[in-house]
Structure formats: structure tokens, C-alpha cells
Design a protein around this ligand. Structure first.
Ligand code: BDR
Ligand code: CA
Length: 305
């Protein structure tokens, strides 16, 4: 099987960790680089976590440092959900190696040039690194096949009543990505909240070292998700990875999507024309709306083995 070359950008982050495990596990995908961005935790911590996850998988993927904050706004972490260490208080030991010296955006560009327009980008944190790469290298948009993101929502929000965290954290960067001309695959809250593990399913992971780590890292978020009325722990970031590997388990629609960057009230809203009489001029985005949850649970469980 020809594996799709995949660049992973994220802010690990408990759900980012599962997404990296899944990407590593899938025979359809080949990770070619991982870049960290400030998001769920500050940049030093998300970079450290990316390296530690590689150690756990015994993988030598190059890891790059990216942006330490949003393009134009103040940085706010996600410690309330992910803990100060970004990994639910598991406090991973120091990684065995360091991050590469090249920046995330330079490395992404260099890697994209090698793949003849076939590089897939997964973005599962604030979109700062990807926006910086697209802005610094205007031809990068022709070298990337798709950008699959966890971010945004069609109808609702989790950071504000209408904005999802990754988009709200850097709306200006997100707008650059949606306006870039690269096809975006958006996994909004509507689909990522179907991608959950119940308490029993999470407990069942505990038979392996990775699974036990994952249980410990996510048990606090599980409790918060249950409190908020979800049926389990939503592992949002697995969706864009799984979309690239198993498009067949998703349903969705093409739509026009752009980002609100001006209004205080609706900052970071992904304005999507799916349910509107009036449409944008372009369908720049495939919006995933449904996932086969059984296949999702199977993929996450397999990746923890
Ligand atoms: C997104 O926000 C982060 O906290 C998660 O890692 C995920 O990428 C969900 O809104
Ligand atoms: Ca994330």
C-alpha cells in the first residue's frame, strides 16, 4: 500500500496524544514530521510532550518547535482541561532527544517540496504554525494536498457559545488557512463530539503501557466531559487523522467556511454556509459531520496496543 505522507501539527495535549498514536499505527499513513505549537500548554511543554510520545512509540519522527503564541493576540493555555503539563498531570519524564533546530514553518515547507503536491497536513491545535508557513512561502499552497483540521463548529462552541478552542485561540491564523486556497477538511465539534470513549471503553485500554498512560492522562477530562453532558471522553483530535486514513467511515459535505476575526462577541466563529440560503462563492472546505463511532473506538483501541 502507498502510504500518504502526513505532517502532524498540534499542541499535545491529551487528545493530540491519541491522534499521534493513531497516526503512527495506521498502515495508510506515513508521518514525515511533527510540529508543536502553543495551545493546550505553552510551547516548551507541547514540544516536550511530542518528543515523549515519540519515545513511547519508539519512533524517531523529527519534531519541530513552532509558534509560542497566536499571530496577533495574547496566548491563553488550556490547563483547565489538559493540566499544567498538558498531559493530565502524568508528568512525563524528560525526552530522550531534543527537537530539531529548524523552525516548524521552514521544515514544513522543505518537506512539502519533497512530495510533489501529495503532502497531507493534519492540524489539531491553533493554526499559527500553518498560517506562518503559508504566509512565508506563497508557493506552499500548491505543494500541500489537503489540510485536515480539528477545529471550528457549524452551530455551536466549546470555548465561547459560538467558537471552538483551536480557532478561538488564533482566529487570524485560522482565517489565513481557510483563505489560502488549499482544500481544508474541517472536523468540527459536531463530528468530534461523536468521537468519544465511554468510561468502560477507556478502562479497557489499561492492559498495555500506552493504554495505562492514556487512562491516567485522560481520566480528569472524562469526568469533565461527563459533567458537561457528553457520553464519554471526546478525543477530538483523532478525527482529522482518521479522516485521512479511513475516509469511508465519515460523512460530510462541501461548504464555504470563513472565520470571524473582528467581533468580540463572535470572535473565532467558523462561519459556514451549510444551512444557509446564501452561500459563499467558494466551497473551500469539506465539513465532516458524522463518524462511525464503532470504527473510531476500534482504531483508538488498536493504536494503544
Ligand atoms: C480542541 O481543543 C484542544 O483543547 C483539544 O486538544 C482539541 O484540539 C478541542 O476543542
Ligand atoms: Ca489539540
Amino acid at each position: 500500500m502507498n502510504r500518504l505522507p502526513v505532517w502532524i501539527d498540534g499542541d499535545p495535549g491529551v487528545d493530540d496524544a491519541a491522534a499521534i498514536f493513531v497516526a503512527h499505527d495506521r498502515e495508510e499513513l506515513q508521518i514525515v514530521g511533527i510540529s508543536a505549537v502553543a495551545g493546550n500548554a505553552p510551547l516548551d511543554i507541547t514540544t516536550k510532550n511530542a518528543l515523549c510520545l515519540c519515545d513511547m512509540m519508539q519512533a524517531d519522527y523529527p519534531v519541530y518547535r513552532g509558534a509560542s503564541g497566536p499571530l496577533m493576540r495574547a496566548y491563553e493555555d488550556g490547563a483547565d482541561f489538559h493540566g499544567a503539563d498538558g498531559m493530565g498531570g502524568t508528568n512525563l519524564p524528560a525526552p530522550k532527544r531534543s527537537a530539531e533546530t529548524q523552525s516548524a514553518w521552514d521544515a514544513l515547507y522543505e518537506e512539502a517540496k519533497k512530495h510533489d503536491g501529495k503532502l497531507e497536513v493534519v492540524a489539531m491545535g491553533p493554526l499559527t504554525n500553518i498560517a506562518l508557513a503559508l504566509s512565508k512561502y506563497p508557493d506552499l499552497k500548491n505543494l500541500i494536498h489537503r489540510i485536515a483540521i480539528m477545529g471550528g463548529s457549524v452551530t455551536r462552541g466549546n470555548r465561547t457559545p459560538c467558537a471552538e478552542y483551536n480557532i478561538f485561540a488564533d482566529p487570524d491564523a485560522a482565517q489565513i488557512v481557510f483563505r489560502s486556497g488549499v482544500k481544508v477538511v474541517m472536523c468540527p465539534l459536531e463530528v468530534t463530539e461523536q468521537a468519544y470513549l465511554t468510561a468502560q471503553e477507556l478502562e479497557a485500554l489499561r492492559t498495555t503501557e500506552k493504554g495505562e498512560f492514556y487512562y491516567q492522562a485522560s481520566k480528569h477530562i472524562l469526568a469533565k466531559n461527563l459533567e458537561a453532558g457528553h457520553e464519554g471522553f471526546c478525543i477530538h483530535d483523532v478525527c482529522p487523522v482518521l479522516y485521512l486514513a479511513r475516509e469511508d467511515i465519515f460523512k460530510g459535505e462541501d461548504a464555504g467556511v470563513f472565520v470571524e476575526t473582528q467581533s468580540n462577541l463572535t470572535l473565532g466563529k467558523t462561519v459556514c454556509d451549510l444551512y444557509s440560503d446564501k452561500q459563499f462563492d467558494v466551497k473551500n472546505t469539506f465539513v465532516a459531520l458524522e463518524i462511525d463511532r464503532e470504527a473510531f473506538v476500534e482504531a483508538v483501541s488498536r493504536a494503544m496496543k
